[in-house]
Ligand binder design. Structure first.
Ligand code: E4P
Length: 217
């Protein structure tokens, strides 16, 4: 399973990249707004920090506009994945941009039918938004499961990128149902390591080790 960081904050990305476990980054217009940075400048810095795909989102509403913006964003670095929304215009833009050999992330996916369209349009990634479905009392994880089944039925190579992740449980559940990638806020990814029994066990081991008076180095 690949880990992407869902942020445009350089310090957070650097900290995760230093672990060697970070496979990519996703941004969106809201995250760029929160960073307070210029989209091209900050995206270029992110692309230099991370070896894998860095999603940068278009904001045009028509296919021609999305294609032009996508080509412009792709000039930032080799590892740009152009993010387009799941509308007919976005699907059309995905088909054109993926046909040019570019990575495309189709975002704002909330149904299996939308995911089928993205795969047929050659998307590299489909981004189902788990948290936002859960927010309106629907089952985000069930959507991931459905897309997995459908993509496997037809051998679609589009990678399922579980997005809008709010908790560590979303990450384990996404892995369980076969998402290829998760994108999560760094704070959530960092929480994956936490377990009170690990802390308790470590304290006990260190206390006993102290009693031996030994050293390893
Ligand atoms: C995905 O690419 C999006 O940036 C993101 O996961 C949206 O998450 P949110 O619902 O927490 O805003």
């Amino acid at each position: 399973m690949k880990f992407f960081a869902d942020t445009a904050e350089i310090d957070e990305i650097r900290e995760l990249a230093d672990t060697g476990l970070l496979d990519g980054v996703t941004t969106n217009p809201s995250l760029i707004m929160k960073s307070g940075r210029d989209i091209k400048e900050v995206t270029k810095e992110i692309c230099a920090l991370v070896d894998g795909p860095v999603s940068a989102e278009t904001v045009a509403l028509d296919a021609e506009g999305m294609i032009a913006e996508g080509r412009e964003l792709a000039k930032i670095a080799e590892n740009i994945a152009i993010k387009v929304p799941l509308t007919w215009a976005g699907i059309k833009a995905c088909k054109v941009l993926s046909g040019e050999g570019r990575m495309v992330n189709v975002t704002l996916c909330f149904s299996a039918n939308q995911a089928i369209l993205a795969a047929k349009a050659g998307a590299t990634f489909i981004s189902p938004f788990i948290g936002r479905l859960d927010d309106i009392n629907l089952d985000g994880m069930e959507l991931i499961e459905d897309i997995r089944t459908i993509y496997d039925n037809y051998g679609f190579e589009t990678q399922i990128l579980a997005a809008s992740i709010r908790s560590v449980n979303h990450i384990a559940d996404s892995a369980r149902v076969g998402a290829d990638v998760i994108t999560a806020p760094p704070a959530v990814i960092k929480k994956m390591v936490a377990h009170p029994l690990t802390d308790k066990g470590l304290d006990a081991f260190l206390a006993d080790w102290g009693k031996t008076g030994q050293k390893i180095l």
